[in-house]
Every structure is written in C-alpha cells, then in structure tokens.
Design a binder for this molecule. Structure first.
Ligand SMILES: Nc1ncnc2c1ncn2[C@@H]1O[C@H](COP(=O)(O)OP(=O)(O)OP(=O)(O)O)[C@@H](O)[C@H]1O
Ligand SMILES: [Mg+2]
Length: 295
C-alpha cells in the first residue's frame, strides 16, 4: 500500500478537494483506495456525503485511541464505503482531543502508521488529508507516508510557509521515516489569465523545478461545487478543465507509485545507496536550482 499525505499548514489551498479527486481518479484506474480524514473539521467526510461528521462513531480518533491503548480493532472498523468505490476513515471534532492526547503518548508520532499497517493488505493507496497545521496529527501523517504532496494556491506566494513545511518534511524523514519522499508540489486554483497566478507559478517552478507536478489545477467553480453537490469532479465537470487536470494529475501520481515501488525493490536488492537514493537524506539545505531535484 502506497501512503500519500496531502499537507500544507496554510488553510484553503485545496488539500481536501485534491484528496477526494485523487482518490476517485485512482479508483477509476482500478486501484483500491482508502481516504483518511485527518482534520477535526471533517471537511473530507462532509465532501464525501456525510454532512454531520460529529454524529459518526467510530472515527479516526476512535481507532487511533485503540492503537494507543493496545486494544484490538475489528476488521475494517469505522471505514465507510462511498458510492464512487472509495473507502473513507472519517473524522470529527473528537480528533482535536487526539492532538492533545498524542503529546503524552508513547511512540506518539507513529500511531497513524500503526493504524494504517492494519489495513495495508486491503488497499493499493491510502490518502491522508491533513489539517492546516504542523501539529502532531500532521507529523503522524508524514511519519506514515511514502510520499507527501503539497498543494499550493497559485495566487499567493507561499515563500516562508513552504520552506517551513519542507524543513518539517526533512526532519521527519531524517528522524522518523527514511522512506518519505516529496511526491511534489501541486499548483491549485490556477487562473492563467492573471499575471499574479502566472508569476507565482513561474517562481515556484524556478525554485523547486522537478518537484512541481506538470499538471496544474485551474480555478474552477466546478471544483468548488463538489463539496456542496456530493459528487466527484469527474462526474460534475465531465470533459471540463478541472476534471482533465485532476485526470492528468492522477496519472502523474500513478507514475510516482510505480517509481517508488521500483526504488524499494532496488534498495532491497542493493543496500548501497545509488544515484536514485531518496533525496533530502543528508543535511537540511534545500537546493533551489531549476531541475536540481528530481522527483
Ligand atoms: N480548483 C479550485 N477552484 C476553485 N475553488 C476551489 C478549487 N479547489 C478547491 N476550491 C475551494 O476552495 C476552498 C478550499 O479548498 P479545500 O477545502 O480543498 O482546501 P484545504 O486546503 O483542504 O482547506 P483547509 O486547510 O481548511 O483544510 C473550498 O471552498 C473549495 O471548494
Ligand atoms: Mg481541508
């Protein structure tokens, strides 16, 4: 199972919309996908058609609590099934207490990883929708993940926030999860007609080169509407720009998964790190040269 975390401590950049769209995109390619709502706001849970997350039980906080208490989980405990074929581990307000509980928990960074290991044979992909913070739950998501994907709004230069996030990713990689890779930066809410949007994209591509997905998600009322309509971007925007962009993005993510599997296989057969060794392993500096960091 390939685990992808969608993270950015900035709010409203398209994490949840991308998590849902990528999950449905991968499902349409025949993959079995589990979405994890790791945000106490429960936006992903609502988007998938459960409008009152606070009425749900069990949720992510329940299963994480059981992991912490060493209690057994029943198979598929708490997992909901969406009509698009995607499964969901929902979240609600109880998850905000989990953020506090984790602080005093043994192996506090690995609770989500331990939970995901219980379902690893049931799915090809798990996609974790993080909350807009770099707190314990996001650290748990990064500790569990093989790849982190960072949605960035195209009309706001993230500068410091992005550097801080990348530093956190590198720290988790060094200290907790050596197999964590940066899947890439995804430009969202792109409005090519505005010079602001174009300017932000050019700067991000100049700074992070090969780490930015080729696909760009356009600003689209259709994308905004999927949270209200309880439908996927592929049904709601058939043949439209946003659906096409998420389709292309899904293909890029599939390719990442293949590359990660090949890398894992190579590393198992050859313990010496070769030219494809995971990046960000040595030292904290982020080279900011065009094309300098290959995904
Ligand atoms: N491509 C898009 N074009 C226009 N609006 C969008 C697009 N993608 C998402 N939105 C809208 O922007 C808002 C924020 O999106 P979303 O909830 O996906 O971001 P988020 O990063 O998950 O936010 P939070 O940090 O609060 O969890 C939502 O109202 C959503 O419907
Ligand atoms: Mg969200």
């Amino acid at each position: 199972m390939h685990i992808i975390a969608l993270a950015n401590q900035k709010g409203g950049v398209g994490k949840t919309t991308t998590a849902a769209s990528l999950a449905v995109g991968l499902t349409r390619q025949g993959k079995k996908v589990l979405l994890i709502d790791a945000d106490a706001q429960g936006n992903l849970t609502q988007l998938l058609g459960w409008p009152q997350p606070d009425d749900l039980h069990p949720t992510l906080s329940t299963v994480m609590g059981k992991i912490i208490m060493d209690q057994p989980l029943t198979p598929q405990e708490g997992i909901l099934h969406h009509t698009d074929g995607v499964d969901l581990m929902p979240a609600n307000i109880e998850l905000s207490a989990m953020e506090v509980t984790l602080v005093n928990t043994m192996s506090r960074e690995t609770v989500l990883r331990q939970y995901l290991s219980t379902v690893q044979h049931d799915y090809d992909y798990a996609i974790v929708d993080c909350m807009p913070s770099l707190g314990m739950l996001t650290i748990n998501a990064l500790t569990a993940a093989n790849s982190v994907i960072i949605p960035v709004q195209a009309h706001y230069l993230p500068a410091k926030g992005l550097e801080q996030l990348l530093k956190t990713v590198m720290r988790v990689k060094r200290q907790l999860n050596p197999s964590l890779e940066i899947g890439g930066i995804l430009m969202t809410m792109v409005d090519k007609r505005t010079t602001l949007s174009r300017g932000v994209i050019d700067q991000i591509r100049a700074a992070y080169g090969g780490r930015v997905f080729r696909s760009e998600i356009p600003r689209s009322i259709r994308a905004a509407e999927i949270s209200l309509e309880n439908t996927s971007i592929f049904d709601h925007d058939k043949g439209g720009h946003a659906a096409r962009a998420y389709e292309n993005f899904t293909q890029e993510v599939l390719h990442l998964g293949i590359k990660a599997a090949q890398r894992a296989q190579r590393e198992m057969g050859q313990p010496q790190r070769g030219k494809d060794a995971p990046v960000f392993h040595h030292g904290p500096s982020i080279p900011k040269v065009k094309g300098g960091l290959e995904r």
